[in-house]
Design a protein around this ligand. Structure first.
Ligand code: ADP
Length: 254
């Protein structure tokens, strides 16, 4: 069931993403086809140059969009590995800006040396995208989404014990009543209009956290905002990118 849910959620997220991207592509194609049309009639070399620069830019933007979509849809099997969360999420800036609205800003707050965690990096990105889209939907008049990472050494309560990384997505949106809050992890629970919400977002987030041997906690206050916190156990292995660097230095001839 978890696997089916994950797949469904992935398809849903890709659907959301492609909807936005299709719109962007349309705009880019308008720039290019309109530009070609004008180029055909334009004789002034400076104006021709400017038209061509605009079209080249539009084409490059389209290529980079395609690359992102491909990277997103190619991921299939969960592959947990030590991940540098700050770098992984930092690389999502463009994707996030694209998936949100102009009046919603994303801020990152990561310490210099956030511990690595053992997760599937693609799944982590999907989690952050889901949480950011929920935060956006909770802020119809815009606002700021803060994505924060913290090292929490030596935790010890009934649920978690040891060193954890806490990853929080904090919004200043409408918040949730206790009734809603008690149901948010239920698959297919949604308060959104038909076609707007699948009710699978937080179910996916919860599945991701528990599969990564962590947990999710939510603080929410109606009218003030929501903070969704993922607790993920610290990994004592180096992130693969850094392992790679070390391997390179090892093989370097003296
Ligand atoms: P969906 O977003 O498709 O509705 P989710 O499982 O992601 O599904 O969320 C379930 C419900 O939880 C949402 O419909 C909404 O009512 C509530 N919710 C989730 N995130 C937030 C948030 N950041 N602020 C307020 N309500 C939220």
């Amino acid at each position: 069931v978890q696997e089916t849910l994950r797949q469904a959620q992935k398809i849903e997220a890709i659907g959301q993403l492609t909807g936005g991207v299709a719109h962007d592509f349309n705009n880019l194609l308008m720039v290019i086809s309109g530009g070609l049309d004008m180029l055909d009639r334009q004789t002034d070399p400076n104006r021709r140059r400017r038209l061509m620069d605009g079209m080249i830019q539009a084409a490059q933007r389209g290529a980079s969009l395609t690359k992102q979509l491909l990277a997103f849809s190619r991921r299939q099997k969960l592959r947990p590995q030590p991940v540098d969360v700050a770098a992984q999420i930092g690389g999502m800036r463009e994707l996030l800006d694209r998936s949100l609205r102009g009046d919603v800003h994303v801020e990152f707050d990561f310490p210099d040396s956030l511990w690595p965690v053992e997760v599937d990096p693609g799944e982590l990105e999907l989690v952050i995208l889901n949480l950011a889209v929920n935060a956006r939907d909770a802020m119809p008049n815009g606002g700021t989404i803060l994505v924060r990472g913290e090292n929490l050494p030596d935790l010890n309560d009934e649920e978690i014990c040891g060193d954890y990384v806490r990853l929080s997505v904090i919004d200043e949106g409408v918040g949730m009543s206790p009734e809603i809050l008690s149901r948010v992890f239920e698959p297919f629970f949604t308060t959104k209009d038909v076609g707007k919400g699948s009710g699978l977002g937080l179910a996916q987030v919860h599945g991701f956290a528990t599969q990564s041997r962590g947990t999710v906690r939510i603080h929410s206050e109606v009218g003030r905002g929501t903070s969704i916190e993922l607790y993920l156990p610290r990994s004592f292995d180096l992130p693969l990118s850094e392992q790679h660097l070390i391997d390179l230095t090892r093989v370097r001839p003296k």
